[in-house]
Design a protein around this ligand. Structure first.
Ligand code: COA
Length: 286
């Protein structure tokens, strides 16, 4: 469909936490869950962009960018209201984000809906992730790795480990975890923190992320410990290269419900060590 000159000239503005309900309304409008808790994090830790609905109130389009400094920013929650679909707003918004990013590489998790648009704007697939969901069944026990609730004293070691494995400073996200997540666990071997993971509430589920661990055994122990702390179904997003972990969660009742494409722009691959990075904090923030 040709671009509507009227729609593509609408002003684009920065969003603030006061736009949270309008963002959640837009999610709902596209059949996504409202995810107000997640929107709250993204609109405070990241930068939201939106186009007001010309027939107001509310938003016609929105997205959020989480910055990790000059080396990377993550794009998430790209949404265009159903009534304005396929009229150029998604492209307009994404072009703006790409221009604003300048030389900073971008990453995002793409659904099949968004992928063609991102490819047109220079994003390429660097991997795939499984979106998994289910009630953890404790059928196949986790290996015997010591896991305990995190304390404030663990923060320096957690930040060091996260920086090493994520590959960039995420202090502005990790320090928000104690207020955002319901539970945070650390794995400890011989007095050294070898992994950590959080679980945060999202609608009727608990989402595991981030999940950082020195090996799949430690990742399993962290997942099992978090699963024991909740009665809700679990959700997380696991890199498809972690096939042993994916098999183990499946044996425990957590099944793949969709796969997403991990895309990058102006970057050959994501920084850090994918072998020890098992799940993002949220796919919306990389
Ligand atoms: C994906 C989305 C943001 C696209 O926004 P949009 O304003 O409808 O897209 P545009 O009109 O700017 O189209 C840009 C290009 O995307 C592709 N595209 C958009 N909608 C599409 C559809 N339904 N089927 C196939 N391709 C589509 C096309 O390549 C299109 O270019 P073209 O119209 O010149 O062929 C919008 O459909 C949406 O909000 N979907 C639901 C949420 C979602 O999946 N977000 C992406 C998360 S990664």
């Amino acid at each position: 469909m040709p671009l509507s000159p009227f729609l593509t000239q609408l002003p684009l503005r920065r969003l603030t936490p006061r736009d949270l309900l309008a963002c959640a309304d837009l999610s709902e409008n596209r059949g996504w869950p409202r995810e107000e808790h997640k929107w709250g994090l993204l609109l405070t830790a990241g930068t939201g962009y939106g186009i007001d609905d010309p027939e107001g109130p509310g938003l016609a389009a929105c997205s959020v960018v989480t910055s990790y400094g000059p080396e990377l920013a993550a794009v998430g929650m790209v949404l265009v209201a159903q009534r304005y679909a396929r009229q150029g707003l998604g492209r307009r918004l994404m072009r703006h984000l790409v221009e604003e990013a300048g030389d900073t590489p971008l990453t995002l998790y793409a659904t099949a809906h968004g992928q063609p648009l991102y490819e047109q704007l220079g994003f390429v697939e660097t991997g795939r992730a499984a979106m998994v969901r289910g009630r953890f069944a404790f059928t196949v026990p986790a290996p015997d790795v010591a896991v305990r609730p995190a304390t404030a004293d663990d923060l320096p070691a957690v930040l060091r480990l996260d920086h090493e494995i994520f590959g960039l400073d995420r202090i502005h996200m990790i320090t928000r975890l104690p207020s955002f997540a319901d539970h945070i666990r650390v794995a400890e071997e011989d007095g050294t923190i070898t992994g950590f993971a959080a679980v945060w509430p999202n609608m009727d589920t608990h989402v595991i992320g981030p999940l950082i661990a020195q090996n799949p055994r430690t990742a399993q122990a962290l997942i099992a410990s978090l699963a024991a702390a909740t009665d809700r179904p679990l959700r997380t997003d696991i890199d498809l290269r972690h096939s042993s972990l994916l098999n183990w969660v499946k044996e425990n009742g957590i099944n793949t419900i969709a796969t997403t494409s991990v895309m990058v722009r102006s970057l050959p691959d994501l920084p850090g060590d994918w072998r020890r990075r098992f799940a993002p904090l949220t796919v919306a923030a990389g």
